[in-house]
Design a binder for this molecule. Structure first.
Ligand code: UD1
Ligand code: UDP
Length: 354
């Protein structure tokens, strides 16, 4: 099968790491980078350290408002599909790059397969929720990370086939852990000791686009007992500058540049707790036995909350401090998102796409 994969943002490079390896064993592949993320530390570093093949195309769309960014991917991808004529377009997750590629493939005689299908936060004001809903409904193959996501797809009556594959990010974490995080020296580099620091990430639009909410989150992080290492997403860095919060944040938190995947996971595996509004980091925390405090009101990864490894606290300062400084139960861990070979199952399912 001739599979054209589309990636564009940081979490998609991580997802493509196990999947592109599995695809190479069975299928002919073309890799398209939309250029949604373009900074070295949000893009190139992942291709280099994870041995992801060099993209065959970079659409160079860059940053823009939603409509413009989505449209730019659509226009440029149509030309690539004319030239490459794949059997199937494979998309990941819920970014604007995902939706743009889904809409283009959905209107052509090209099958569409979606990795990480069936996730819902229930919040339609979240851009990612719109992206994933529409992508699932236009896809021919939906690869769900867990039974709950598959049930959701069936309940919505999606037209395509539904497969439960497990989570490709679990495959990625296992591979990184087996490599001992590439010998990462991130703990020394950031001057922190295992179990004596909090790792934090903040980039969700709901948190960065509202100055009061962002200040409330940062105050919560700053008030915890332990040092906090916060690799800053450029979106958040821009927001801090714009709202005049940068100096205060830098005084109270250890603000660092975005990290490579192996360094990030090394810190995550050693942190006492992680505080995040990321989707992927919530699961990685679970896989690496680190309790997670989620800076949102809801999550797509409900199983981690049910298993009591993830606590939803929103943006309220006091709630964040309570969660970070309170008891951290370490309940027994069920297996939530497969057995670590989601990529293999996806590669097999792609044999059957029509
Ligand atoms: C995007 C995804 C989000 C995902 C996140 C992963 C959408 C709607 N959002 O959010 O689901 O969780 O990626 O990190 O697709 N910027 C840079 N350099 C870059 C890229 C972005 O400086 O390489 C800055 C620009 O100011 C840009 C802003 O970050 O305007 C936001 O980038 P964008 O790609 O629109 O969304 P993210 O917030 O990164
Ligand atoms: N990540 C990273 N360096 C960082 C922060 C995150 O490598 O400084 C990785 C993280 O391990 C996960 C992915 O980026 O695999 C998550 O991406 P992000 O939080 O940007 O997006 P989301 O998952 O929320 O869509």
């Amino acid at each position: 099968t001739r599979v054209l994969s589309v990636v564009g943002a940081r979490p998609q490079f991580v997802k493509a790491f196990p999947v592109s390896r599995a695809l190479r064993r069975r299928h002919e592949g073309v890799l398209v980078h939309t250029g949604q993320h373009y900074d070295e530390e949000l893009s190139d570093v992942f291709f280099e350290e994870l041995d992801i093949p060099e993209p065959d195309y970079n659409l160079g769309v860059g940053s823009a408002p939603h409509g413009e960014q989505t449209a730019a991917v659509m226009r440029r991808l149509d030309d690539v599909l004319d030239a490459e004529d794949p059997d199937v377009v494979l998309v990941y997750g819920d970014t604007n790059s995902t939706l743009a590629a889904a809409l283009v493939a959905g209107k052509r005689d090209t099958a569409l397969a979606h990795v990480e299908a069936g996730l819902r936060s229930g919040d339609r004001s979240m851009p990612e929720e719109v992206n994933r809903l529409l992508t699932d409904h236009v896809a021919d193959h939906n690869y769900a990370p867990a039974e709950g996501a598959a049930d959701q797809l069936r309940a919505e009556g999606v037209a395509g086939e539904v497969f439960v594959t497990g989570d490709v990010m679990y495959d990625a974490v296992l591979a990184a852990r087996d490599r001992d995080f590439g010998g990462s020296t991130a703990l020394d580099d950031h001057g922190v000791d295992p179990d004596e620091f909090v790792l934090a990430t903040v980039h969700r639009a709901a948190n960065t686009d509202d100055p009061e909410r962002l200040a409330s989150v940062l105050d919560g992080l700053a008030a915890t007992d332990d040092p906090v290492v916060l690799p800053l997403h450029p979106r958040t860095e821009n927001a801090l500058d714009e709202y005049g919060l940068a100096e205060r944040a830098a005084a109270e938190l250890d603000l660092v540049d975005p990290l490579g995947y192996l360094d990030f996971l090394r810190l995550l595996s050693a942190a006492r707790t992680v505080a995040t509004d990321s989707g992927g980091v919530q699961k990685e925390a679970f896989y690496l036995d680190t309790p997670c405090v989620t800076l949102r009101e809801e999550t797509e990864w409900v199983e981690t909350v049910d298993a009591r490894w993830n606590t939803l606290v929103g943006a309220d300062t006091a709630a964040i401090v309570d969660a970070l400084d309170g008891e951290r139960p370490r309940p027994e861990k069920p297996s939530l998102y497969g057995d670590g070979d989601a990529a293999g199952r996806i590669a097999e399912a792609l044999d059957r796409v029509e």
